[in-house]
Design a protein around this ligand. Structure first.
Ligand code: IVH
Length: 701
């Protein structure tokens, strides 16, 4: 770097380029983190970012606080300074049932002297309230709620939250504008964080709210950045030196969205108590599938003048109320701690509980994950514990109420032998899991291996569920994966609660599953450390099973994303004569798949002009209508697992519209824009199986 340049302002052309890069980067962050609809890939984003960083390094005088490069970088703080809230941050009163909500509406109508009231309705985010101060549109200070009057300055941490704009879009902004909202962690980010904690042998976080709270109060903003928080605005605090020109709360929310602040997509204006209760039930029904935790919905009188007339009682507004849902955490008692054996022999301690209603279902079992986790939480039989069930995830024990522990509660220890087959239990040095060493001798592992083999994403044998597998294994009908294909209809018909018709259907499904793909087969074999994506990479790389089975470790490690651990797992699997026998038997039973020459893997970034683009990886899908068997979420998960992206709306950047039954206007838009339409689940799955093939002409007509 030239020192002379460092002290001076950049030439006009450079300054213009810097400004353009900042605009573009902010735009793409917004598309990605707020709209969930990115226009460019990560590699392109990184390129723009690197260019801006380089220019700013050369011209430090040009660095501004709202530059996207300035999100992380502040030195760790010694402490959080206090911030006085000029407009206090209040809390909401709660409604716990329909009667409370009805009474709220009556009080509001009576106080306003009107027949019906229009309400703005929103989710009640289960995160942490923060206040963001924008001066002349630039984010300058962020604070926690604290006691409502004084909070803590967490500006450096909030700058790392990608959904928070460092500069508001649009002009004619008030000189000082305070945005109020909730910082939270999406469930997917929370699950990833806990998986990483497991891998490091660190303690799991109890719930997304705790994880978000911990991240927000990190003295080192780099830690906050790594924890991936997000933000939703739900109101305004101080407005000074200008106006926010609106008469209703809902118009303000729309205005905030135009300023590029994230606001809940699920918001509406409803009238009367009927509208409120309908909204409560609608969001309640969708609660488990929302990407974040909510603990209720919020009703706000929409008209701001009416809000002002209603005013406040003590610390809460009269014009708004939170209508709560049943909690996702509840207390209950541990009756026993059992140990379950998984497919790879991993032993999972499971708490058997007094039945408790939590997260919308009655829970009787909760996972304790592994031995270390039981130790860290010190869960014992007889303990009163907090159980959490959010979304569709497996219920888990998050904490023990030590004050209720009975005397002489025994400490949990992992058994030394497998509870199912009595083989020795072993635990690798760096592993969290203890494992049964019985392999396929262990009937529990055999059952899990069969279920995995038959699962949707492997051989996809419809109708082969847990109860049947239990009977097939316990009855001695099936010992290996290959035995499935030699079962006759009479044997199936002889199973408990198996009508002739179901037996015939299952027989047909098994027969149908014989025609498969190499990727599905390799995935279905259940080789340790080889998941679906790796199986696909291996199938693509080697083309044939024989080539894969014969490959030495060095060749296996040439496959992208296959490291020494995965390569060693593969080698160990194929070196085991029993496994080779099973594979031979599968072939002999008629299981077959197309094979081809080994194919090079395509680059994940944009290919050079003229090169064939991958039919799935990096492509954008939009889902509309109902698919034959897959839910929206399941279809999305499959597309993402295959390397595609799913967005909400059709634009000219959409590659495919997947149209199920009763597809709506998105299908029409697709036709108008000439976008490829995938008109069945089968066609979608067939396309996803081609991920990574990068064959020319891979797009369907
Ligand atoms: S409005 C005057 N809207 O709930 C109070 N709050 O007990 C203004 N919260 O501390 C709050 N989602 O952290 C409002 N859509 C929403 C909300 C929401 C979550 C939190 C907020 C507040 C607490 C109120």
């Amino acid at each position: 770097m030239n020192v002379g340049e460092a002290a001076s302002a950049p030439p006009a052309a450079v300054a213009a380029r810097i400004a353009a890069l900042r605009d573009q980067l902010s735009h793409h962050l917004y598309r990605y983190h707020v709209l969930d609809d990115p226009e460019i890939g990560d590699a392109d984003y990184d390129r723009l970012f690197a260019e801006l960083q380089a220019l700013e390094a050369q011209w430090p005088q040009a660095v501004t606080p709202d530059s996207p490069t300035q999100r992380v970088g502040a030195a760790p703080a010694v402490d959080f300074a206090p911030v006085a809230h000029r407009v206090p941050m209040l809390s909401l009163n709660n409604a716990f049932d329909d009667a409370d909500a009805t009474a709220f509406d009556r009080r509001v109508r009576e106080a306003l002297g009107v027949e019906t009231v229009a309400y703005a309705v929103e989710p009640k985010f289960d995160g942490l309230a923060v206040s963001l101060l924008y001066v002349d549109g630039v984010f300058v200070e962020g604070a926690t709620r604290g006691d409502g009057t004084t909070g803590e300055n967490v500006t450096a941490n909030l700058r790392t939250v990608a959904a928070i704009p460092l500069r508001l879009a649009g002009d004619a902004l008030p000189r000082r504008l305070e945005v109020r909202g909730e910082v939270l962690m999406l469930r997917a980010d929370f699950d990833a964080l806990n998986a990483a904690q497991d891998a490091r042998g660190d303690k799991r976080f109890a719930n997304p709210r705790n994880a978000a709270a911990g991240a927000l109060r990190q003295l080192d903003a780099r830690v906050t950045a790594a924890r991936r928080l997000t933000f939703f605005a739900y109101g305004l605090g101080e407005i000074d030196g200008g106006d926010v020109p609106h008469a209703t709360h809902s118009a303000r929310m729309a205005w905030l969205a135009e300023r590029r602040l994230p606001v809940a997509r699920d918001r509406a204006v409803v009238t009367g108590v009927d509208g409120l209760l309908r909204w409560y039930r609608e969001i309640g029904a969708r609660r488990a599938t929302l990407p974040y935790d909510i603990d209720g919905v919020v009703y706000k009188v929409d008209d701001l003048a009416a809000q002002a007339r209603l005013g406040f009682v003590s610390r809460a507004p009269r014009f708004a109320i939170a209508h709560k849902y049943p909690p996702q955490e509840a207390e209950t008692r541990v009756r026993a701690i059992d140990v379950q054996v998984g497919r790879t022999g991993a032993l999972t301690p499971v708490a058997r509980l007094d039945p408790v209603f939590v997260g919308g279902v009655t829970v009787t079992n909760a996972t304790l994950h592994n031995e270390d986790e039981v130790r860290r939480k010190d869960v014992r039989v007889g303990d009163t514990v907090v159980v959490r069930r959010a979304g569709d995830v497996i219920p888990e024990v998050v904490a023990v109420r030590m004050e209720h522990r009975p005397d002489a509660a025994p400490l949990f220890t992992m058994p030394a032998t497998c509870p199912v087959c009595q083989s020795a239990v072993a635990r690798g040095e760096d592993e969290a899991a203890s494992r049964c060493t019985g392999g396929l001798y262990c009937s529990a592992q055999r059952k899990q291996a069969l279920l995995h083999f038959a699962s949707r994403r492997a051989l996809d044998i419809e109708g082969l569920g847990e109860k049947l597998v239990d009977q097939l294994v316990d009855g001695g009908h099936v010992r290996t994966l290959a035995d499935l294909f030699t079962l006759d209809a009479a044997t199936l018909g002889g199973l408990e609660r198996m009508a002739a018709k179901s037996a015939a259907n299952l027989h047909a499904a098994i027969d149908h599953a014989k025609q498969t793909t190499l990727a599905r087969l390799v995935h279905g074999l259940g080789i340790r450390n080889v998941g679906e994506a790796t199986a696909r990479d291996l199938a693509r790389h080697f083309g044939s099973l024989d080539a894969l089975m014969a490959a030495p470790v060095e060749q296996l490690a040439e496959v992208p994303d296959v490291g020494p651990v995965v390569a060693a797992s593969l080698r160990a699997f194929f070196d085991e004569p029993h496994n080779v026998e099973v594979i031979d038997a599968l072939r002999a039973a008629g299981v077959h798949w197309p094979e081809g020459p080994p194919a090079p893997r395509p680059a994940t970034s944009e290919p050079a002009a003229g090169a064939a683009r991958d039919p799935v990886i990096g492509r954008t899908f939009v889902l509309t209508g109902t698919l034959a068997t897959l839910t929206r979420d399941a279809a999305k998960a499959r597309i993402e697992a295959a390397g595609g992206k799913v967005t909400g709306s059709v634009s000219k950047r959409t590659d495919y519209v997947v149209a199920g039954e009763a597809a709506g206007t998105k299908l029409e838009t697709a036709r108008t824009l000439g976008i490829a339409v995938i008109d069945s689940e089968a066609a979608l799955l067939a396309l996803l199986d081609r991920a990574g093939s990068a064959a020319p002409g891979a797009l369907p007509a």
